[in-house]
Design a protein around this ligand. Structure first.
Ligand code: FAD
Ligand code: DHB
Length: 397
């Protein structure tokens, strides 16, 4: 089999890249290790930056998001038993959309299959070859048969645990990493959200986040030990801890309901430089991970896909590799700013096991500053709604 771009991974990065390439008349094949139902049911991120929302609309896959997504013009930061609103709309003129990542994934898969384009689900033993120069090749097995996909370029969109990044010679990539001494326990609950906006809560027992997925489903997170076994977190224990951490002087609390999904995610900051090796381009979590406190991971994955699609379009339409050569640099400038923001939000809101009383008081002073100074609040809001893309007009209209 032969194609122009072989895409490894059908997450937000791979699916968005495939759709943008399709719009530019560039052929691609997506090779995905999991089944369609698995990737469409994988519960992860929930916050779309304004630029991501605009892109989904511009490329014709935003119809369900406009109907079912929840537009949020502000968020709340809580500490010392009080919640404080950051009015993003007023501070930046922009908002975010709460719409599950798995819904974005469903919309992109539907659009791809509707266009008659190919996704190979449940591909086993995926490996990539000959991408240093020359003619790249992806090998995989499907239903016990060996397959080879020849291509001009490989897009490694296979997430943090994928095969593409580890296939690059180790001395060719520099890695910058910080592992945090905590994780997030995330739950989905059949409970109507008890208020309309997200609450990021700093509490002495640890961070907690109140979010939502629909008018009947609440999404909640608790800071926990990353080594915790989820079996040790009974539903009762989860609700006790959530209600304790969200306790506010005005009596607000999340509604309690049946927990339908729970899992623990470790937290790290991680960047690979460069994001390219020969004819292999890494995009999304394959190249970088942010702690989820800034709600940036999926948005960065989609932003990478956008930069890469544009560079490939320039190559196929004009024969120029200039943008492909700039791919890493273009993405990394914005990625490092999102890394900084995600690290800062994480540091401000979580309890660190080795924190001193001085650290704790400084943390509360920072929250007090950010929620009482319009200038500080504006900086938070500007980063939260998403810093500008390199090419804001590229996919407009
Ligand atoms: P992935 O979504 O990981 O997709 C990679 C794909 O590659 C997968 O489908 C995988 O099955 C496939 N794959 C892996 N290995 C192979 C292989 N060998 N061969 C073929 N296919 C393979 N981000 C936000 O923007 N906002 C948020 O609010 C937010 N909240 C989060 C909350 C939590 C609890 C977590 C865990 C993450 C959150 N994120 C958030 C981060 C976001 O989910 C990720 O950054 C996003 O999934 C990255 O997309 P991706 O396409 O790069 O990788
Ligand atoms: C959600 C996830 C995040 O990481 C975040 O910062 C806000 C909301 C969510 O899943 O709804």
């Amino acid at each position: 089999m032969k194609t122009q771009v072989a895409i490894v991974g059908a997450g937000p990065a791979g699916l968005m890249l495939a759709h943008l390439l399709h719009l530019a008349d560039i052929e691609s094949v997506i090779i995905e290790a999991r089944s369609r139902s698995y990737v469409e049911g994988r519960i992860r991120a929930g916050v779309l930056e304004q630029g991501t929302v605009d892109l989904l609309n511009a490329i014709g896959v935003g119809e369900r998001m406009r109907r079912e997504g929840l537009l949020h013009q502000g968020i709340e930061l809580g500490f010392a038993g009080k919640r404080h609103r950051i009015d993003m709309q007023q501070l930046t003129g922009q908002a975010v959309m709460v719409y599950g990542q798995h819904e974005v994934v469903k919309d992109l898969i539907r659009a791809r299959l509707f266009a008659g384009e190919k996704i190979v689900f449940e591909a086993d033993s995926v490996s990539i070859h000959d991408f240093a120069n020359g003619s790249p090749l992806v090998r995989y097995e499907k239903d016990g048969m060996h397959h080879e996909l020849n291509c001009d370029y490989i897009a490694g969109c296979d997430g943090f645990h994928g095969v593409c990044r580890p296939s690059v010679p180790t001395n060719a990539l520099a890695v910058y990493e910080r592992v945090y001494p905590f994780g997030w326990l995330g739950v989905l609950a059949d409970a109507a959200p008890s208020q309309g906006e997200l609450v990021y809560m700093n509490h002495a027992n640890g961070f907690a986040l109140f979010s939502m997925r629909s008018p009947t489903v609440t999404r909640l997170y608790l800071q926990c030990d990353p080594a915790d076994d989820i079996a040790g977190w009974s539903d009762d224990r989860i609700w006790n801890e959530l209600l304790c951490r969200f306790k506010c002087s005005d009596g607000w609390e999340p509604n309690v309901g049946r927990i339908t999904q729970k899992s623990i995610t470790p937290m790290r900051s991680f960047v690979t430089e460069p994001m390219q090796f020969g004819r292999l381009f890494l995009a999304g979590d394959a190249a970088h991970i942010v702690p989820p406190t800034g709600a940036k991971g999926m948005n960065l994955a989609i932003a990478d896909a956008r930069v890469l699609a544009r560079a490939l379009a320039e190559f196929y339409s004009a024969g120029s590799t200039a943008r492909l050569g700039d791919y890493s640099q273009t993405c990394l400038r914005r990625i490092w700013k999102a890394q900084r923001f995600s690290w800062w939000m994480t540091s401000m809101l979580h309890q660190f096991p080795d924190a001193s009383q001085f650290d704790r008081r400084r943390q509360i002073a920072e929250l007090d500053y950010v929620t009482s100074s319009q200038i500080a609040a504006r900086s938070l809001a500007e980063n939260y709604v998403g810093l500008p893309m390199e090419d804001p007009d590229q996919w407009a209209g």
